[in-house]
Design a protein around this ligand. Structure first.
Ligand code: HEC
Length: 102
């Protein structure tokens, strides 16, 4: 019984730890769906956070502004610096740009 409890705990911890951290080779779209869609909408049309798609403020902002926002957070948006490395950040911004038609 002890052993079963231990395994259940290990499984629970493994799931818990994977939340918020996309796999290393996740595409920009996968990262967006995992970390951003719940606030910015699956189609980038906004929700809790502002729209990020075509004709949004983000579409006319620089990559630096978007990267800074993701890594440092802004207002009610949390920082994602502990969940994303540079390569993942690059793929995420590329995905947002492609959805914006840029
Ligand atoms: C918990 C909800 C939440 C999550 C998750 C979230 N955001 Fe946000 N985001 C917001 C809110 C709220 C704002 C507006 C902040 C403000 O200006 O006060 C915002 C602002 C932004 C902005 C600036 C938009 C503008 O026009 O000023 C960008 C870009 C952005 N988010 C991208 C992302 C990306 C990419 C992700 C995923 C890594 C993400 N956000 C995850 C809530 C969220």
């Amino acid at each position: 019984m002890r052993r079963v409890m231990g395994l259940a705990l290990a499984a629970w911890l493994a799931v818990g730890c994977s939340i918020g951290a996309p796999s290393e080779d996740a595409t920009g779209e996968e990262i967006y769906e995992q970390l951003c869609a719940r606030c910015h909408g699956a189609d980038l049309s906004g929700g809790v956070g502002p729209a990020l798609g075509p004709d949004s403020n983000s579409a006319i902002e620089t990559d630096e502004f978007i990267e800074f926002t993701i890594m440092n957070g802004r207002g009610r948006m949390p920082s994602f610096s502990s969940s994303l490395d540079e390569a993942q950040l690059g793929r995420l911004v590329d995905y947002i740009r492609s959805e914006q038609g840029l």
